[in-house]
Design a protein around this ligand. Structure first.
Ligand SMILES: *Cc1c(COP(=O)(O)O)cnc(C)c1O
Length: 458
């Protein structure tokens, strides 16, 4: 097939949709560190986790050895509403850059939630329903996860309670209304509906809220009500498992045309899209079958990988969640109000943290204005208006393609285009008005936040 011209879009057939997720931990010799109970200082047991998460998801979370896990038929059926997603050859971008590099992107924005998050939302809602629960609670920052979860809950008839970071609740009324249209209850966080919310409001009156704080509220709401569990849109191993569909489809599409990526790039907030995109490629790398350069891209304003520390930390501000060993800026870290809400989490997936620590992947950070320059160029030549989060990956893909041009190398680049940016028009407006700022935290600010890490060996 290699002489055939590669089409602009490679679509798999519906019957080529993967029927199993891939669990990259099965191929890791050194596994990610276990979640730890902050009360006992010992690894969390399934029993402890089952108070917070659905039973089947606890099983997936703790499963480090099963490489392939069947995707239940009902989830496969739902996936068919928006999957397989296209793998696009960025011919127009290549031409614009005048690069000999071949650029591909996997586009995950073609559903109402506008991002890859629906891949895991539908799985988590399915297991909650199967367990006979009444509903789920969660947090949302910019709103993509809350939107995806509300769609999934509507499909299965589950009650959906979303704690939305207050500043987003106020600045993104449209996301809020999409969630309400799908039947979700949306509460601005911090709120007076939880103990932790009331405590935070008392301590910091007028606060804008944060993801860490909304997580604490959602967990409290789930654990204090009969028939509810908490679900999370990123960071956890189960979420990376569900997102492996992105990488499995990408690899199947590339294999069909004999394409092998040299460089794989993804933006990293909690690490779920990147973890999903790279999973089958990383599997090959771990088994010594192939080699790839893998690059995580994060905002310079929230640089967990590039300037954080690999240590046990709290996953939330209220310190109610299990501790996780990860690259972190400290659970009290308040990133400056940059425009990529999905990349403002203080920590990172434990799986990606371990892979990064073992030198199996790289990380880089990019500044906001440069990200929007890349977004603008991409929108104009490729036609898709990218989410600010996704545009971090675009920025680095463009930079790598330009390096290829400089040294005359024909590298093949694959990046994850995680979503569309229609709900981010304030951000585009700030960019168009030349009012975008590039705040980068000082070493002192990061050190101050890291001084509060919990004292756990690991
Ligand atoms: C949430 C989100 C991200 C970041 O989350 P990850 O878990 O790191 O993938 C990236 N892009 C979009 C469009 C998102 O909604």
């Amino acid at each position: 097939m290699s002489n055939e011209k590669i089409p602009y879009k490679i679509y798999l057939e519906e019957n080529e949709l993967p029927k199993q997720w891939y669990n990259v931990r099965a191929d890791m010799k050194k596994k990610p560190a276990p979640l730890v109970n902050p009360g006992t200082g010992k690894p969390c047991t399934a029993e402890e986790l089952s108070h917070v998460f659905c039973d089947e998801l606890v099983k997936q979370e703790l499963d480090e050895t099963t490489p392939y896990i069947d995707i239940p038929q009902e989830i496969q059926d739902f996936y068919r509403m928006f999957r397989p997603s296209p793998l696009v050859r960025a011919y127009f971008l290549e031409k614009k850059l005048g690069t000999p590099a071949k650029i591909y992107y996997k586009f995950e924005g073609n559903n109402t939630s506008g991002s890859h998050k629906l891949n895991s939302a539908i799985a988590q809602a399915y297991y909650a329903k199967k367990q006979g629960l009444k509903g789920v609670t969660t947090e949302t920052g910019a709103g993509q996860w809350g939107t995806a979860l509300s769609m999934a809950c509507a499909y299965f008839g589950l009650d959906c309670n979303v704690y939305m970071v207050k500043v987003s609740y106020e600045q993104k009324p449209f996301r809020r209304e999409v969630m309400r249209t799908y039947g979700a209850n949306v509460t601005p966080s911090p709120s007076t509906t939880t103990e932790i919310g009331r405590k935070i409001l008392e301590e910091f009156p007028g606060t804008n809220g944060s993801l860490g704080c909304a997580i604490s509220e959602a967990v409290e709401a789930a654990t204090s009500k009969e028939g509810y569990r908490y679900v999370l849109g990123s960071v956890l191993a189960q979420v990376l498992l569900h997102q492996s569909i992105i990488g499995l489809e990408s690899k199947a599409a590339m294999d069909k045309y004999g394409i092998k990526p040299d460089i794989i790039i993804g933006c990293a907030g909690g690490g779920s899209n990147l973890g999903g995109l790279i999973s089958p490629f990383m599997g090959e790398k771990l088994r010594g079958e192939a080699d790839y350069r893998i690059i995580a891209v994060e905002p310079a304003s929230c640089p967990s990988f590039t300037r954080g520390t690999y240590a046990y930390d709290f996953c939330d501000t209220g310190k109610v969640c299990p501790l996780q060993k990860m690259y972190t800026l400290g659970s009290g870290f308040m990133p400056s109000p940059n425009h990529a809400g999905g990349l403002r989490y203080h920590g990172m997936s434990a799986i990606l943290s371990e892979l990064y620590d073992q030198g199996l992947m790289e990380a880089t950070s990019v500044e906001q204005t440069a990200v929007f320059e890349a977004a603008e160029m991409f929108a104009r030549v490729e036609g898709i208006l990218p989410a600010p989060e996704s545009s971090h990956a675009i920025r680095t893909a463009i930079d790598e393609a330009l390096k290829c041009k400089e040294i005359g190398e024909e590298k093949t680049i694959l990046f994850g285009l995680t979503g569309t940016g229609y709900f981010d028009m304030y951000a585009y407006g700030a960019y168009n008005d030349g009012k975008m700022s590039d705040y980068i935290p000082t070493d002192e600010e990061i050190a101050k936040s890291l001084a509060n890490l919990p004292k756990i060996e690991g």
